[in-house]
Structures are given as C-alpha cells and as structure tokens.
Design a protein around this ligand. Structure first.
Ligand code: SAM
Ligand code: SF4
Length: 326
C-alpha cells in the first residue's frame, strides 16, 4: 500500500520520469522549432541515480512508472535503464511514452527489458500535415508502431492532441486506423504549458464536441481501461478498442491525480500545471542516505497543489512540456 498521501488525501503511487529533455521532433504545441537550450549531460540523473530514486519511491508504495521525455529513445541505452527499473521489487508496471520514430530499432529490446506497454503521440495520418506539425516523417512513426505491435507491446495507446482547423477533421480516420490495428485511442485537449502550449490553445477544442461528432459515425458505450489514468473511456461497439477523452481544460480531474513527475535534472514536479517542485539532484550528489531520500520524497509530495489553473492562469507554466513529459 502506498505511504505517500498528499495534503489533500490523494494517494501518490505513480511516477513519470523524463529521461531527456531532447527530442527528434518539434510538435507545434510542445517545443519551438529552433529550440536547443537543453540540459547538459552532467545535469542529467544517471541511470544509477534514477534507479536509486525509483527504488525509494517503490519502498514508499509506488507501483507504476512511466518513462517519458522529450523523446525517451533519444537517450542512449534506454533499454538498460528499463531493465534496471523493471527489476525493482514492488514495481508492477513499467511503461513508455514515445513518438515512435526510433521504435523500429528498439521494440524487441524494450519488451525484453520489461516495458509492458507504450503510449504513442500521433496527431495526423497525413504525411504532409504530420511533417508540418512535427517536422518529422510519418512513415517512420507508422513503422515504429507496427514494430511495437509485432514485439507484443500491449496495450498500445495512440495519443492525439486535437486542434481546431488543424487536425480535427481527422478524428474519424484516426478511430478507423486504431480499430484496424487494435490500438487504444486517446484524444487530448491542448494545455497551456510553455509558450508553444499557450499558443496552441488558440486552436483549443472542447472534446465534448468531438465525442458528439464521433457518436454520429460510431456506436460508443462507456468503457473502462485498467490503469486509473485521467482518460474517460468509451468502447467502440463490435470492436475491441476503447477511445479515451483527456480533458484537463473542459473537465479537470485533479481530485483523482495520483502522480508526480521527475525531470531529467532530478527535480520533482508535483503538478503539470503548477511550478511547485523539489530538487533531488543536489541532495543525491551530496550523499544523502536512503532514509533521507525517502524523507525528501515525502516533503516533495507534501508540496503537491490541489489543482492546476490552466483556465484561470494559463500564463503560469513557463517550462516546455518536453522538460517534464506530458
Ligand atoms: N515524446 C514523447 C511523446 O511525444 O509521446 C513523450 C513526451 S510528450 C511531451 C508526452 C505527451 O505530451 C504527448 O502525447 C504529447 O502529445 C503531449 N503534449 C505535449 N505538449 C502538449 C500540450 N501543450 N498540450 C497537450 N498535450 C501535450
Ligand atoms: Fe517531442 Fe513528444 Fe514534444 Fe512532440 S510531444 S516535440 S515528440 S517531446
């Protein structure tokens, strides 16, 4: 049972680790095209430091960890980190968020290293639009998705950030694509995280509108997915797929938030939409004991605010999403 309870009574049993702030794509809502102001390698937590931190979290009841970024597969030897973490006693679920550009090479290795399942960003199935939105090649991502499927990573969840007049015309096509391949699909509202996220909220679209539109083409009934995340799921009748709606702006889910994030430089961020944070790296490098590390994690969790203020204060979060992971 988790021993990490925040001041609002929420049990924290899920940690997202950003293993790098670098990325080989530049999604329009995430990172500016010319951005290169990344953390230096000496500032990154090493794999051994990360293992030590996650071991402390698992002693405090964490059962689920997600590796994210930036693009986690840009960090060299990521499967080695996955092996180190998946061997930790108490950790039940190790997953990965990825843009899938490099999955072709790594899918089998990741599966063997203990990655159970993946979430994949995919905002368009049109190669030109994909290029325009991310700067990357759609073909690579699709090849990566198929490699992940062949390697038995499951479930595969496709994340689509829906933007008005940009890709909202593709939601039906994305449902068809996910039905064809047996992928779970999640639609996400754009969040004002960093300058790029704030600009993208000009294209904000309330996912209720998307759901109503999909109900005209697909037979949807309430569904469930294990995992306790923020998505509200609908099952597409006569298929094996679920569609999730992640609505941080139109209907927030802060009262059930169960997670904290660790950035590549070893800072714990307790809320995606606030700045409350706690720096672990200086303590780790000053040689704190395991008991002191556990106490530091408790102190960090105590800083977790009640809720984000994306609607009331969209100007608050300056850091880019690629720094903490989504
Ligand atoms: N590179 C990996 C990927 O794209 O899946 C992992 C990191 S990425 C920051 C994690 C998730 O955050 C992606 O699904 C992405 O679409 C989402 N994201 C990034 N910026 C966002 C924003 N401003 N609003 C909503 N979602 C965002
Ligand atoms: Fe990279 Fe993911 Fe951000 Fe896109 S959303 S720029 S893939 S970190």
């Amino acid at each position: 049972m988790t021993q990490l309870i925040d001041q609002f009574g929420r049990s924290i049993d899920y940690v997202r680790v950003s293993v790098t702030d670098r990325c080989d794509l530049r999604c329009s809502y995430c990172m500016p095209k010319q951005f290169h102001d990344f953390h230096e390698p000496e500032e990154w937590l090493s794999f051994d430091e990360l293992e030590r931190v996650i071991a402390a979290f698992t002693r405090l009841g964490t059962r689920r960890v997600r590796l994210t970024g930036g693009e986690p597969l840009v960090r060299k030897d990521l499967p080695r980190l996955a092996s180190q973490l998946s061997a930790l006693p108490g950790l039940e679920d190790l997953s990965l968020s990825t843009n899938c550009t490099r999955m072709n090479k790594h899918a089998e290795e990741l599966k063997l290293a203990g990655i159970d399942r993946i979430n994949v960003s995919l905002d368009s199935l049109d190669a030109d639009k994909f290029k325009q939105l991310t700067g990357g090649k759609l073909e690579k991502v699709l090849n990566g998705l198929m490699a992940a499927k062949d390697a038995g990573l499951s479930p595969i969840k496709v994340n689509m950030v829906v933007m008005k007049d940009i890709n909202d015309n593709e939601v039906e096509a994305m449902v068809d694509f996910c039905i064809e391949h047996g992928f779970t699909l999640r639609f996400i509202e754009t969040m004002p995280v960093g300058d790029m996220g704030r600009k993208a909220t000009d294209q904000f679209i309330d996912l209720k509108v998307i759901k109503q539109r999909l109900e005209k083409s697909f037979d949807l009934v309430p569904g469930v997915m294990p995992g306790g995340g923020p998505a509200r799921y609908m099952n597409v009748v006569d298929t094996n797929i679920n569609i999730g709606f992640i609505t941080p702006l139109s209907q927030h889910f802060c009262e059930t938030c169960n997670r904290v994030r660790i950035s590549v430089d070893g800072t714990i961020y307790t809320c995606l939409g606030q700045n409350h944070n706690f720096e672990l790296r200086p303590l780790l490098r000053a040689g704190i004991s395991d008991a002191e590390l556990e106490q530091a994690i408790r102190t960090a969790v105590n800083l977790k605010p009640e809720k984000h203020e994306f609607n009331e204060h969209p100007e608050k979060v300056l850091r880019f999403m690629s720094y903490t992971g989504g």
